[in-house]
Ligand binder design. Structure first.
Ligand SMILES: NC(=O)c1ccc[n+]([C@@H]2O[C@H](COP(=O)([O-])OP(=O)(O)OC[C@H]3O[C@@H](n4cnc5c(N)ncnc54)[C@H](O)[C@@H]3O)[C@@H](O)[C@H]2O)c1
Length: 351
C-alpha cells in the first residue's frame, strides 16, 4: 500500500515509518517540522520514501493523490502543548484533521488510522473496573477534548469505502530517533540516570497505562492492513494486558533498573488529575496480528542502555531537544514561528 504518515517527524512517527516500510509499504511523510532538529539518535531515523513539508491546515487534494491509507499522527500531542492555546488545538487537532479526512475520502483513500489517546477517559469516575472502549469520555484538557471531537467527526465521515479506525494509545515510552522526556517512564528514567533521584511529583497513586512506541507502531500496521470488517469505525485501546501501573510502581521499576537510584515521592500535586485503568482486551483479541511485546521492565532496560551509552546530563534532558513545549516556545522566541504556530519558512519549503 501507499501510506501517508502525518507527523512522521515526531516521537512515534520515526518508529511507525520504519515498521510500515519493513512490512513492504511505500510511505510518504507529511509534517510541518516543529521538531525536525530535535534528533536524539540519528541512527534510529529511517526516512520515508517521500516527504511533504506542509502544515496540516494547508493540506490539499494533491497531497492525497494515489494514497491508499492515512496514518494520522500530526497533532499538538500532549496536555501542556494543548493548553498553549486551546483554540489552536481545536483548529490543528480537530478541524484540520476532519478537513484532511474529507479530502482523503474524496481522493479514494480507504483507511484512516487515527492516533487517539486514553487521555479521553481523563479522571475516570468509576475505577472499580478497567475502562473498555464503551466507557464514557471524561476529557480534562483541551488536548483530550480535541481527541474526542475528532473521533466523533471521523465516525460521521465513515462510508462503505472509507474506514476510519481510532487507536486510543496509552502513555507512550521507549527510545525513538526523536526522543521525549516529557512522558512518565522516559522522564523517571532520565531522573534516575542524571541525578540518582527518581522524582515523582505526586503521591504516586494515579494509574497510568503505558505502551511502548514499537507496540503503537505494530497496532498502526495492524489497523492499516486489517480487513475493513474488523476495524471499520472502531475504537481500540492500545496496550498490553499488563499495561496498567500506578506511577509509584513505574518509579520502583526504574529504581530496580538503575543501580543506586532511589525513589523520591514528593507528594506535590502536579496539577494532573488524570488517573485511569484501561481494558486492552479488544485490541488483543480483535485487531488482527496485534501482539504487543514490550513490558515495563523491558522498557526500563532499553532506556537504561540508551542513557548509559550517551552523555545526557540533567540540563540536556530538560532541554528543548527532548521537551516539546520548550521547542515550540523556542521557535516563537527566535521568530521562526508565529502565534498561530505557523512556521515562517513553510511556504518556501513546501513542495
Ligand atoms: N506519545 C504519547 O504518549 C501518545 C499517547 C497517545 C496518543 N498519542 C498521539 O500520537 C500522535 C503522535 O504522538 P507523538 O508523541 O509522536 O507526538 P509529537 O509531538 O512528537 O509529534 C507530532 C508531530 O506532528 C507534527 N505537527 C504538529 N502540528 C502540525 C501541523 N499543524 N501541521 C503539520 N504537522 C504538525 C509535529 O511537527 C510533530 O512532528 C499524536 O496525535 C498524539 O496525540 C501520543
Amino acid at each position: 500500500m501507499h501510506i501517508l504518515v502525518t507527523g512522521h517527524l515526531g516521537y512515534i512517527g520515526p518508529v511507525a515509518v520504519r515498521i510500515l516500510k519493513q512490512a513492504g509499504h511505500r510511505v510518504t511523510g507529511l509534517d510541518i517540522g516543529y521538531f525536525r532538529d530535535c534528533v536524539a539518535d540519528g541512527t534510529g531515523l529511517v526516512p520515508p520514501d517521500r516527504e511533504i513539508v506542509r502544515d496540516m491546515r494547508d493540506v490539499g487534494p494533491r497531497d492525497l493523490e494515489g494514497v491508499d491509507a492515512v496514518v494520522h499522527l500530526a497533532a499538538l500531542s500532549n496536555d501542556p502543548m494543548g493548553e498553549l492555546d486551546p483554540a489552536l488545538t481545536h483548529s490543528i487537532n480537530t478541524q484540520a484533521t476532519l478537513r484532511m479526512a474529507a479530502l482523503a475520502r474524496e481522493a479514494g483513500v480507504v483507511r484512516l488510522v487515527f492516533a487517539s489517546s486514553c487521555s479521553i477517559y481523563g479522571a475516570a469516575e468509576d475505577q472499580t473496573e478497567p475502562l473498555t472502549e464503551e466507557a464514557p469520555f471524561n476529557p480534562v484538557s483541551a488536548y483530550a477534548v480535541s481527541k474526542v471531537a475528532t473521533e466523533q467527526g471521523l465516525r460521521d465521515l465513515a462510508t462503505d469505502g472509507f474506514s476510519p479506525v481510532f487507536l486510543r494509545n496509552a502513555t507512550a515510552f521507549g527510545v525513538s530517533g526523536r526522543l521525549r522526556f516529557d512522558l512518565v517512564l522516559n522522564n523517571l528514567a532520565a531522573w534516575a540516570h542524571t541525578t540518582g533521584s527518581i522524582k515523582v511529583l505526586s503521591d504516586g497513586t494515579p494509574w497510568r497505562p503505558l505502551v511502548h512506541i514499537e507496540d503503537i507502531a505494530a497496532a498502526i500496521l495492524a489497523a492499516a492492513e486489517a480487513p475493513a470488517s474488523s476495524v471499520h469505525a472502531q475504537a481500540f485501546n492500545i496496550g498490553r494486558a499488563d499495561a496498567n501501573h500506578q506511577v509509584r510502581d513505574i518509579a520502583e521499576a526504574v529504581g530496580r533498573c538503575f543501580a543506586g537510584a532511589r525513589v523520591d515521592i514528593t507528594g506535590e500535586t502536579a496539577g494532573d488529575p488524570r488517573s485511569y485503568r484501561v481494558d486492552f482486551s479488544k485490541a488483543l483479541t480483535r485487531l488482527p496480528g496485534f501482539t504487543p511485546g514490550w513490558t515495563l521492565e523491558r522498557g526500563c532496560a532499553e532506556l537504561h542502555d540508551w542513557l548509559k551509552a550517551g552523555r545526557l546530563d540533567e540540563r540536556d534532558f530538560q532541554s528543548r531537544t527532548f521537551i516539546r513545549l520548550k521547542q515550540l516556545r523556542h521557535l516563537m522566541e527566535i521568530g521562526k514561528m508565529d502565534g498561530a504556530l505557523r512556521l515562517r519558512q513553510t511556504a518556501e519549503a513546501g513542495i
